[in-house]
Design a protein around this ligand. Structure first.
Ligand code: SAH
Length: 249
């Protein structure tokens, strides 16, 4: 999978992809990340990428020409497995489901906005989709692009050592576990400052451990992210046994 990032700050990306899973994914050849400097596609002496908004107002906007030129020279033609994404506070909210869909693509271009944003014709006529990473305003699309590349890369086959492990992560489950957070996890020491690891995890009884994990994942989801369970019916009985049933809808 190839990610192309279009940015006016290429140096920004000297770090985020140099560690852990991202680094291993790149070294294994499963993903490639190409950083493109938007100024390389300007035609004037000053390499101008921005201009004032029509109608007045504060700040500057990224001009359309260098962005169209860049994407059209990276991909003279586009296939359905090549998507152009515009990072934007106004976009669809990025989530694990979108990450799964993007991981099926062959190549992505991520356009990082700056200043007051990007000329709207980029959203209208160049990008396949505007994506936001949350309901807040960042000063540029670079951090958002790094977030999306990170989340998608770990879903690309061959990047995580144990492909089945990611199925149990937060948001990633299937069946009744869809939309449920990961269960609480503990490592040694079994007793830290008097805070003991739940006994069942030390028992070696795999069936009991599986049930505990399922139950505690649901309890934690109900406590921290009840919104995720809106389509899942939670029943808590007096001895705090928790079970979920997907509502037919
Ligand atoms: N005036 C715009 C914000 C511009 S912020 C507005 O009010 O909507 C400058 C750039 O940062 C944007 O063009 C976008 O690329 C990026 N950005 C800001 N917030 C973002 C978010 N929540 N998700 C993704 N990108 C974001």
């Amino acid at each position: 999978m190839i990610f192309h990032v279009l940015t006016i700050f290429p140096e920004f990306f000297r770090g985020p992809f140099e560690h852990g899973v991202l680094r291993r994914g790149r070294e294994a050849g499963a993903v490639e990340i190409r950083i493109h400097n938007l100024r390389d596609w300007t035609a004037d002496r000053h390499k101008t990428v921005d201009d004032r908004p029509f109608g007045g107002g504060e700040g500057m906007l990224l001009k359309p020409e260098p962005i169209f030129s860049a994407v059209e020279s990276i991909w003279p033609e586009r296939s359905p497995e090549q998507k152009v994404l515009l990072l934007s506070a106004q976009g669809r909210l990025f989530n694990q489901e979108i990450a799964n869909q993007l991981a099926q693509m062959r190549e992505l271009v991520l356009i990082c906005g700056r200043y007051e944003g990007v000329d709207e014709r980029v959203a209208e006529h160049l990008a396949d989709e505007e994506l936001s990473i949350g309901n807040y305003v960042l000063s540029g699309g670079e951090l958002a692009a790094a977030v999306i590349i990170d989340a998608v890369t770990r879903l690309v086959p061959g990047v995580l050592g144990n492909d089945s492990s990611r199925l149990f992560e937060s948001f990633q489950g299937t069946g009744h576990a869809a939309g449920v957070l990961d269960c609480p996890q503990y490592t040694r020491p079994a007793d830290y400052r008097g805070w003991k690891v739940p006994e069942v995890l030390l028992s070696g009884n795999h069936e009991e451990i599986r049930k505990w994990r399922e139950r505690s994942a649901l309890e934690k989801t109900a406590r921290l992210r009840p919104d995720l369970l809106s389509r899942t019916e939670i029943q808590t009985n007096p001895d705090s046994e928790c079970s979920a049933r997907r509502l037919q809808s």
